[in-house]
Design a protein around this ligand. Sequence first.
Ligand code: ZN
Length: 242
Amino acid sequence: MRILVLSDIHANLTALEKVLQDAGEVDATWCLGDIVGYGPDPNECVALLRQRANLTCLLGNHDAAVLDRIPLETFNHDARRSIEWIQRIVSPATIQFLSTLPEKILVEEVTLVHGSPRNPVWEYVLDLYNAAQNFNHFDTRVCMVGHTHLPIAYIASENPRDVRWVIPLENESITIEHRAILNPGSVGQPRDHDPRASYAIFNSETYTWQVQRVEYDVRSVQKRIRAADLPARHALRLLEGW
Ligand code: ZN
């Protein structure tokens, strides 16, 4: 199966549309959570995503906050403002969809979570030490995570203690020989100083993983963020990808 892997769309419809177009035909779509938060188009992103055939979608921390499952105090000021804004404009259909999302799921023998297999909604897998520990918290060959907004692959060799990291080059495919924790980066708010939307294609037969980047019209999203009176910082960061 050719699988489109998305994460951290963050209510950026323009980026999501571009990614879906760029990815072309796929057999399944896996979304690793944080469909909403920061951006101006939460309802539109959920509606577009729901149309995908063979969709598996996970719950992210921003999605959980909109559902009142996480106290707002745990977010920084600007993130909190954006969650409060969504709660005012969110449609019943969006709430209904978000409330069905699991925190962890196994599909095609791959573990999917938003944060980490150890702490699915909250933990950031940001370094080798943390990644090495997290290999003990899933049984499949591959676990996919989002949450950090950084495309990266943690690869374990035959010796499970020997873990290295790789920042995948665009269009270069990595073949997973043993085990890996894979992050496709963020569709709607990349933080690796490359403002282009990030996503990955996973082939579940050959175990290959390929990260792709695609440009989108950042200015139009910034306009909508400002028009909605969302924090200006959320508009600014999109231009440089931080
Ligand atoms: Zn996120």
